[in-house]
Design a protein around this ligand. Structure first.
Ligand code: AGP
Length: 608
């Protein structure tokens, strides 16, 4: 998604902005730009440099055309309307270079507004929806830039975050409607950005803007109002993420660092939540588990797969009917919900627009809502009834790893909590599962030790163009996540099937050109899985099996065996996913691809 950075203070704004945009690169983008206001000079105008491509292109342009000034705005754009080129890059400026706009999100009624503005003689240079804001604010500008922005926003519908500067005004105006925006409070300097990492080198005191908030940002102070100009108060949060936490800590890629962080992340996810004599958990939720007779889980991508694991766990432990649906389908399906339905939304970023809108649909229908989330202060966290935080820390790699594992761990906790509260999970079973959960950090460390062997397999098959992933029961989602990891960072076609589905079609694909990765760890369905592996081998298929070290028979059936520590079957998705993550990572790394910022992808999809 797009990145925004704004600054006003005593430093050279362009330096602060480019540094901040660099820390937001993980959000995915295809062009970038900076606009600087000279501040205080009469009849002045704004200076702008913007280029298609990576930040390195912008930095080169700034060397040849340096921008001096201590108030400015910068942007990395992920194209939605209009292809990535210099003209469509932000900032967008008025013809007289007095007014500069940067915008994240989508202005849904931009075509209608554009027609009206064209009819009034406005000349458009770009194909973007954003440029409509420039001309709209110009239309309303009578000397007060804040009023002009307020009046323009009254005509706009859509999900956006907007920052505005004007050469004649020593202020940055920011407005938020759905797309995230955070303010940084400095010493005689202030900041605005689309995400926290851009602020960390300068301040940890931040204000997360809410939908409908406007901020008037000067060097000395920040004033908050609603879109109608009524003063509002917002709490100041202190970010406890270390700057290094968002750095790579010596690893070649954020993704690998985050895979190795997973044992610590699990300890943070479980931290303080195991109580009693090892048979209970505490989650500090307002939710009354006895007032729920049905659960709906909705999310996108990897988060959705964690929800599929959650379905098995909650049905098994709490004996509640569960359905899982991708958010982009759920929000338009006109689902039937009621006050006894618990709708669980799952999101690392808390900003995924489809998941946010699915949450809003569930609330419109009066369902109880719970979010399994990583980022505090995110949009979903502010609109949901209850949040269960996964405490995974900042996840920078676009391909989710530690957040997925933490989401699955959170569902483990939630299923135990629901089962114990509803009396459907006996002490003995609860104790077994909690004992297995407590052991997962060390088991994940052991699973990571298979990395060298996995790298050899990745090397052997990195040139193949198709993969099939198979999993049964609670590890079917593990296969789905393995296929997603591989395709999103190595660009190799990979699909996943429930192992028992093989004979209903996919078996026609089997040949010696398509590696088959099969989860074959200890399970009630292990023997059936071995039969499926034999079906693949009988058709010259190549089998890469994930199996427990204790399994002596698997090597007689599989071409390659990746050892995965054995645990309680209901806890095995936490451990088994490590091999999937490493297979994808080592394959993409060996193909020399951009592991942390794969093509076409963004870390958080905040536009539809
Ligand atoms: C995960 O590897 C993907 N990058 C993507 O599927 C992601 O899980 C999805 O976009 C949901 O993001 P969220 O968890 O921030 O809502």
């Amino acid at each position: 998604m797009c990145g925004i950075v704004g600054y006003v203070g005593h430093r050279q704004a362009a330096d602060v902005i480019v540094d901040g945009l660099t820390r937001l690169e993980y959000r995915g983008y295809d062009s970038a730009g900076v606009v600087i206001s000279p501040r205080g000079e009469a009849a002045s105008k704004l200076d702008v440099v913007k280029r298609a491509g990576k930040l390195s292109v912008l930095k080169d342009a700034l060397v040849t055309s340096p921008l001096q000034g201590t108030l400015g705005l910068g942007h990395t754009r992920w194209a939605t309307h209009g292809k990535p080129n210099d003209v469509n890059a932000h900032p967008h400026l008025s013809e007289d270079y007095k007014l500069g706009i940067i915008h994240n999100g989508i202005i849904e009624n931009y075509l209608e507004l554009k027609q009206e503005l064209l009819a009034k003689g406005h000349v458009f240079l770009s194909e973007t929806d954003t440029e409509v804001m420039v001309h709209l604010i110009e239309e309303h500008y009578r000397g007060d830039i804040v009023e002009a922005v307020r009046n323009a926003l009254k005509q706009v519908t859509g999900a956006y975050a907007l920052v505005v500067s004007h050469a004649d005004h020593d202020v940055i105006v920011a407005a938020r409607a759905t797309s995230p925006m955070v303010l940084g409070l400095g010493d005689n300097e202030n900041f605005v950005a689309s995400d926290v990492p851009a602020l960390l080198p300068y301040t940890r005191e931040v204000i997360f803007l809410h939908d409908g908030d406007m901020a008037l940002i000067t060097q000395e102070k920040i004033t908050l109002t609603d879109f109608d100009g009524n003063a509002i108060e917002r709490e100041v949060s202190t970010i406890d993420w270390d700057a290094e936490a968002a750095e790579k800590a010596g690893f070649p890629h954020y993704m690998l660092k985050e895979i190795y962080e997973q044992p610590t992340v699990l300890q943070n996810t479980f931290g303080g939540r195991f109580v009693g004599n090892g048979t209970d958990v505490q989650l500090d939720l307002k939710l009354d588990p006895m007032r729920v007779n049905r659960v709906v889980i909705t999310a996108c991508g990897t988060a959705y797969y964690s929800g599929m694991v959650g379905e098995y766990l909650i049905e098994r432990m709490a004996r509640l009917p569960v359905e899982v649906e991708v958010a982009s389908e759920f929000r338009y399906r006109q689902p039937v919900l009621d006050a006894n339905t618990l709708c669980i939304v799952v999101s690392q970023s808390g900003e995924t627009i489809d998941t946010l809108e699915a949450l809003r649909e569930a609330k419109r229908q009066g369902a109880k809502t719970l979010a399994i989330l990583n980022v505090k202060g995110s949009s979903i966290s502010r609109e949901v009834d209850d949040s269960l935080y996964i405490h995974a820390g900042p996840e920078i790699g676009v391909a989710s790893t530690k957040a997925y594992m933490a989401m699955v761990a959170a569902f483990e906790l939630l299923a135990v909590w629901l089962g114990r509260a509803r009396g459907t999970l006996p002490d003995s079973e609860a104790a077994e599962i909690i004992k297995a959960l407590r052991a997962t950090p060390h088991m994940v460390e052991d699973a990571i030790k298979e990395r060298h062997h996995i790298a050899e397999i990745a090397e052997a098959f990195k040139g193949f163009s198709d993969y099939l992933f198979l999993g049964r029961g609670i590890n079917f989602p593990t296969a789905l996540e393995g296929a997603l990891k591989l395709k999103e960072i190595s660009y190799i076609h990979a699909e996943a099937y429930a192992t028992g589905e093989m004979k209903h079609g996919p078996i026609a694909l089997i040949d010696d050109q398509m590696p088959v990765v099969c989860v074959a760890t200890a399970s009630e369905l292990y023997e059936k899985t071995v039969s499926n592996i034999q079906e693949v081998k009988a058709r010259d298929g190549i089998v890469i099996a994930l199996a427990n070290p204790e399994d002596e028979q698997i090597k007689a059936h599989a071409d390659y065996v990746i050892k995965v520590p054995q645990t309680h079957e209901l806890v095995s998705p936490v451990i088994n996913v490590v091999a999937m993550q490493l297979l994808a990572y080592e394959t993409a790394h060996r193909l020399g691809l951009d592991v942390d910022q794969p093509r076409n992808l963004a870390k958080s999809v905040t536009v539809e």
